[in-house]
Design a protein around this ligand. Sequence first.
Ligand code: NAP
Length: 258
Amino acid sequence: MHNAAFDALGLNWVYLAFDVAPEPSAVGGALAGMRALGIAGLSVTIPHKETVAAAVDRRSSLADALGAVNTVVLEPGGALRGENTDGPGFLRALQDDEGFDPAHKRCLVVGAGGAARAVVRALADAGAAEVVVVNRTPARAEAVVALAADCARVGVAAEAGEADLVVNATPIGMAGGGAEDALPVDPVHLGPGQLVVDLVPNPAITPLIEAARSRGAAATNGLGMLVHQAAIAFRLWTGVDPPTATMSAAALAELARR
Ligand code: NAP
């Protein structure tokens, strides 16, 4: 996505993958290397988001609240700033791609990991009327609710019937994940007027998406979140408006290639 965007804009930048060991010392070394080499930005992914949040020089208020960083920016004086674009990317995908504004809407999120934390916080910040958090391990759901105490509460999947928006933020339904045929929500609770977003990246049409559509609900996958979180990071690094359509096409081409 990023290299396609650099090419499209004629920017002499390159985006490379670095495989970094999970130990904090390795993460600290990678960040020191970034500063020493003058690397303008980093994307951070599993399992490094929390470790990087603790290691950067400063964090945006959102990254601070989430305790997780997915984007690092090298500031002109050499300081490393941690940002989190996952939730804003999710929100932009909802608003720009699906025409769904969460303000005053009832939402239900399944999962309590990093993706769920970002999504719940984003929905609350966007003015959702209610965010019900459903998770296999209830204590983890409580911790997510604490991120959005004004409107979030722990609930059960059967409450999906009252939700305008249902989000799967677990790997249930992911190819090769061991729960390929499982559903995070019983489709009997899904129907017309609802939007279902399944963040599982592969397959493109998950069992949940298929079931939701067959019941008359609108349903989409996590590609929009992936593209928009990257587009927001691109803007933070380069200061240039991202060519989002180019990035989306590149992501689609890559997924098709795999
Ligand atoms: P994570 O931190 O490992 O959290 C996983 C969550 O799923 C936990 O709440 C876990 O419950 C639950 N879970 C896992 N297996 C389960 C099962 N068999 N039955 C019920 N619950 C189960 O993972 P994550 O980073 O949040 O990612 C979650 C999903 O979102 C993944 O599919 C990931 O690929 C996707 N994602 C997409 C994007 C995007 O841009 N589209 C971005 C980030 C993540 P417990 O708390 O009980 O363990």
